[in-house]
Structure formats: C-alpha cells, structure tokens
Ligand binder design. Structure first.
Ligand code: C2E
Ligand code: CA
Ligand code: CA
Length: 629
C-alpha cells in the first residue's frame, strides 16, 4: 500500500470518529431544541404572544424536518448548518420580542453557545459575527424601532459585554479542541508514515522510501553534475543463523548490524554532508547506502572497506561469534550508467559478482558485469518466449550398466530453440530460470514431456529402464511439488519405480526441514532420487543416512580427473564409491569420455555410467534406433 493511501485510511478512520460524534451531537441538540421550542411556543401562543409563539413553533417544525433529513441522508454537515440557522433565528427572535416576561436575553446566552459548539471553529466565528453585528444594530442604532420590547442602555451594554465574554470563551475552547484534533491527526499520520516509510525492526528507511530518496538524489546529482555512489550490501551466511539459532537471533543480528552500519557511515565523515536517509534496509539481509556528491568513485570503496571491517573476526551477537560477512556491490552515477534509475540494479548485480567471487568483499559495477546482466535479461526474455511459443524440447542421454553395457536408463536433458537462445545451453539458462522463478513451469514442462516419452518407450518399445529427470533445487522448497509430480504420474499412468528425479547435491542444506520434508514426500511417491553432481557440494557424509536418496551421480569433473596428478581429486571417485557401498546406494558415473575411464570405473564396482564415450545426448528418433539394436 502506498504511503498516501495508508495515510488516507488512517485519517478516514479519524474523520469517521469525528463524524459519528457530530452526528450524535446534532441529533441530541435538535431533539432538545424541538422539545424546548414546542413547549415555549405553545405557552407563548396561550399567553397571546402570537409572533414569538408562531416563530418558536415554526422553528420546532423545521427542527423535526432537519432531524428526519439527517436520519435519511446522514449528512451531518447540512444538518449542523440548518440547526445553526434555526438557533440563529431563535436567538434573534428572543432578542426582538424580549421573550416571555422579558427573559429572552437570558435564554440567548446558552443558545448562542450551543450554536457555536455544533460548528467548527471558522463557521462558529461567522455565526457569532453575524449575531453580534445584528444585535449591535438592533440595540444601538435607529433600527431599535424594530424591537417589540425596550431595553435600557445599561441592559444593552451588559448584554453585549456578557455575550462577547461568554462566546469568546466558547470560541477559545472550540479552537483548542480543533488544534488538539489536528495534532492527533498529525501524530496519526506520523505513525502511519513511520510504518509505511520505515522498517519496523531497524527503524531504517525501507525499500519504498529508499526509492523515493534515490530518485530525489539522482535528480539533484544530474542537475548539479555530481557523482552519486550506491552501495548494495548483502549478508553472507545469514540464512544459516536463522536456521540454526532461530529468527529472533537473526533479528538481533540485523538490528546490531544496522546500528553498526549507522555508526560506520556517520556523517562526521568528510565524504558525507549530514544528509538524512542515506541508509535503508531493502529486505531481509539486504541494505543500501547512498553516498551523495562523492568526488571520486574510490571514496565509495573507502566506505565499503569500513563496512567490511565490521565483520572482521566474525560478528558477535549475544556473546556468540557468528560466521556472517558481507558482500557489497558498488555502482556510481554517472560512470557507467547512463540511465540513472538502473543504478540500483547495477549495484545489485555487482553485489552478486562479489558473492560469486569469494564473499566478504566489494565489487564495482563494471562493463563485464553490465554485459552479463544484459545477457541474463536476454536469456530471461528468450525463456519466457520459449515457454509460450513451445520452443522447448528434450534430448535423451542413455545410461549404461557397467557390467554388460546394456541401456538401463535414459536421462532427459532440456534444450531451447528460441532464436534469442541460440547456442545457450541449460548450464546458462537454468540458473536464470531459477533466479526469475520461471523454473517451476519449466520443471513441470520437462516432467510432463519426459513421462509422456517414458509411456511411449514402455508401451511401444518395451523399454524396461528408468527415465531420469533433472529437477531444480528450487523444488526442494516448493511444498506443492510432490503433489504435482504425483498428478503427472497418474495422468501418464507411469509406475513411479521407473522414474528417477535428479537433484543437484548443492541444493541440499543440512538441517533444512522443508527440504527434507519434500524429499521424503517424493520418496513416498515411489520415485527414486539421485544426488546429482555428487562431490561438488558440502554434504557431510554422515548426513547421507538422513536423505532418502537411492543413487549418487559422481560429478563429471571427478571422472575427468581420474588419472590426474592431483591425488585429492583422483581419489574422489574411490571415496564416493566406498561411501555408496556403505549406505547401500547405487552409483552412476557421469562424463565418461574414454575407454580407460570406463574400464577403471567398471573394475572399481561402479554400477552405471554415461558420457560421450558411450553415447551423446540423442534426439527422439535416434534414441528409438539405439534402443532397437
Ligand atoms: P547434469 O544433470 O549434470 O547433466 C549432464 C550434463 O553433462 C549435460 O549437459 C550433458 O550433455 C553433459 N555431459 C554428459 N556426458 C558428458 C561427457 O562425457 N562430456 C561432457 N563434456 N559433457 C557431458 P547439459 O545438457 O548442457 O546440461 C547441463 C545441466 O543443466 C545439467 O547438468 C542439469 O543440471 C541442467 N539441466 C539440463 N536439463 C535440465 C532439465 O530438464 N531441468 C533442470 N532443472 N535442469 C536441467
Ligand atoms: Ca543430471
Ligand atoms: Ca551432473
């Protein structure tokens, strides 16, 4: 919700309360007035004071009509105006006739006071002004001849002075009530502004107000031809703190970091004039710092270094050192950016670059990153098009039993033919799909088509092996995924035992409950699960027992390094092999490119193998031919 809308909602609530109060006030006063007017009007008529009597009765009738209209329309403002008019006429009438036994003046005081209170301050001043002016004319000028009674000069002066004093007090009270009301409205608006503009946890400006500040500062930088630096900070390993120590510990860490960040870039800094709002928390563990009017882009790196120093030797919260660091991306206007509003995206991209380059460091937005960013945007566009225009297809890579070289499984691999993605393989477009959320649709498309293919292979080509489908690590956090898989299995009438889902080992996070729950749900469906690219992740080997995995796929880099000089790497295949034996898991070796590799793997008890030496990924017809032979 935007700030303006939030404020409106809050103020509308206040207005509604005030409206209800005025509504009740108008109703009660009109009702009292009607009773008063009818009683005194009737008495006056009985006593022969026809003018006074009929005026009072007419006013009473007007009061009843007003009450009725108020009930009908709920229009308090109009009702108050009409009531105000009735009271004005009544007061004038009492002044002119002198009222019953010349007591009219005494009745005028409370009536005028009530008349003021049903109005807001300025309308009340008007009413009072009109009444005072009319009274003065009637009491002190030749218009006195209009009066139906006579007042001595002393009476007239006393009346005017008492009126003035009494009503000045009423107006003052009204004024202070109005001011109190305004203050409450303002405080209310401030509260809402705080909520809409600032982050609740750290009190820093939030994403919304940051964008507003950025726009303002960029406009100024553009006008004054100044440089503006933007630091995009993302904490490394923050998720682990949340997972291991709970969200409250995570919150305390963020709060402490925000305080230290404030300290670090305090405007005592030569670089920064005391400017408000140069800091913001954009989301979770993402913060930004704006550096207006810097002389040199290097000034931004000075600030970045100081921020990184906060994390030197770990980050202490509650007497505990957390292994949390920061990655910082820096973009400077107008160095590379021509389009000022890209600055945030650029700093963000530079931050990702910092993260990919070993973390706890900063990176400037460079031409290289700009190119990568553009490439990513192109890929994203191509992928969206591919999904809509059916430019996706599958190729099939046979997997062989090491013992007898028979085909025991087929891995489906995704290809994309959209013109924008010429020469771009899944290694490049899958990460983009994951970052943009397109992956969920893509994974479902692949599973759907792979199961359809498996149906044809089983029913028409007597294929007995498994179909192996790659799924993204993103699915391990997608609660809907297991059911989607089940529905597709049912739809294509495929036995789950003939399906293997491959998920890359790096997607596994130790202790991640959601991930484990989803894996278990998939396992329950009856499909088998393979840990892909095994050896590249950080799975503590003793964790393997907790995962419902059936198979380890040795990453092809290790197969490639089988005969390399580097002992640590060439031993890896052996290590994975013995590990699999220990946990009773099947082993598939990927990326077998030579006879020697295959022989070695076979001799060391590897179950299955795939790779260019055995077969390249095949088109559908090619696969059918290979299966025939
Ligand atoms: P992956 O699951 O490890 O797939 C194996 C990749 O290694 C394939 O590349 C395959 O063509 C390649 N490969 C197999 N044998 C050899 C070999 O002997 N030598 C060499 N140099 N390469 C070999 P591809 O098709 O480019 O796929 C790359 C990655 O993209 C896959 O790695 C997988 O992580 C991902 N991917 C592919 N298809 C899908 C899919 O349908 N869905 C999802 N979510 N990811 C996919
Ligand atoms: Ca795979
Ligand atoms: Ca792999």
């Amino acid at each position: 919700m935007t700030y303006a809308r939030e404020m409106k909602v809050g103020q509308q609530e206040m207005l509604a309360v005030r409206h209800r109060r005025r509504y009740t006030l108008c109703q009660v006063l009109t009702l009292l007035g009607v009773i008063f007017l009818t009683t005194f009007g009737s008495l006056s008529l009985i006593n022969g004071a026809y003018f006074l009597g009929s005026t009072l009765i007419i006013n009473a009738i007007l009061g009843v009509v007003n009450l009725y209209l108020l009930k009908l329309s709920g229009n308090v403002e109009r009702a108050a105006r009409v009531l105000s008019g009735i009271l004005l006429v009544l007061s004038m009438c009492l002044l002119i006739t002198g009222g019953e036994s010349n007591t009219g003046m005494l009745w005028i005081y409370p009536i005028v006071a009530i008349n003021l209170f049903i109005n807001r301050f300025w309308p009340a001043v008007c009413v009072f002004g009109i009444f005072s002016a009319a009274s003065m004319l009637l009491l002190f000028t030749p218009l006195t001849s209009l009066l139906m009674t006579s007042y001595s000069l002393t009476e007239a002066i006393r009346f005017m002075l008492t009126m003035l004093a009494l009503n000045a007090i009423c107006l003052a009270a009204l004024r202070s009530e109005e001011q109190a009301y305004q203050t409450i409205m303002q405080l209310h608006a401030d509260d809402i502004r705080q909520m809409a503009y600032y982050d609740m946890l750290t009190g820093l400006p939030n994403r919304w107000s940051f964008k507003f500040n950025l726009e303002r500062m960029l406009t100024r930088a553009k006008k004054d031809k100044q440089r503006l630096g933007l630091l995009y900070i993302d904490l490394d390993n923050f998720k682990q703190v949340n997972d291991q120590y709970g969200h409250e510990a995570g919150d305390r860490l963020l709060l402490k970091f925000s305080e230290q960040l404030r300290e670090t870039i305090r405007p005592s800094d030569e670089l920064l004039k005391p400017q408000a709002e140069i800091l913001a928390r954009l989301a979770g563990d993402e913060f930004v710092v704006l550096l207006p009017n810097i002389k040199d882009p290097l000034d931004a790196s000075t600030v970045a270094t100081r921020i990184l120093n906060i994390f030197e030797g770990g980050f202490k919260v509650d007497d505990f050192d957390h292994m949390v660091y920061a990655s910082i991306g820096i973009a400077v206007y107008p160095d590379i950016t021509t389009e000022p509003f890209d600055l945030l995206h650029h700093a963000d991209a530079a931050m990702y670059d910092a993260k990919n380059n070993g973390r706890n460091c900063f990176r400037f937005f460079t031409q290289e990153i700009a190119d990568k960013l553009q490439q990513r945007q192109l890929i994203e566009k191509g992928l969206r098009l591919a999904l809509n225009e059916k430019h996706l297809s599958l190729v099939y890579m046979p997997i062989f039993d090491c013992k007898d070289n028979s085909i025991v499984a087929v891995e489906v691999l995704l290809r994309c033919q959209s013109p924008e993605l010429k020469g771009v393989g899944p290694d490049q477009f899958i990460p983009v799909a994951e970052a943009t959320g397109l992956i969920k649709d893509i994974d479902l498309w692949v599973i759907d088509n792979a199961l359809q293919a498996q149906g044809i292979l089983q029913n028409q080509h007597n294929f007995k092996g498994k179909i192996c489908i790659n799924i993204s690590g993103v699915e391990l956090h997608n609660e809907a995924f297991p059911l989607q898989v089940k529905n597709l299995l049912d739809y294509h009438k495929i036995k789950p035992e003939s399906v293997e889902l491959e998920v890359t080992e790096t997607a596994f996070v130790a202790g991640d409950i959601t991930c484990l729950r989803i894996l278990k749900a998939l396992d329950k469906l009856g499909v088998s699960i393979a840990l892909d690219d095994f050896g590249t992740g950080y799975t503590a080997f003793n964790q393997l027992i907790h995962y419902p995995a059936d198979c380890l796929k040795i990453d092809r880099s290790f197969v490639n390094d089988l005969f390399s000089e580097r002992e640590a790497r060439n031993k890896m295949v052996m290590i994975i092999q013995s590990l699999a034996k220990l946990y009773d898991l099947r082993v598939i070796a990927e990326g077998v490119e030579t006879e020697a590799q295959l022989t070695y793997l076979r001799e060391h008890g590897c179950d299955w193998a795939q790779g260019y030496y055995l077969s390249r990924p095949l088109k559908w017809d090619e696969l059918l031919n290979v299966l025939k032979t």
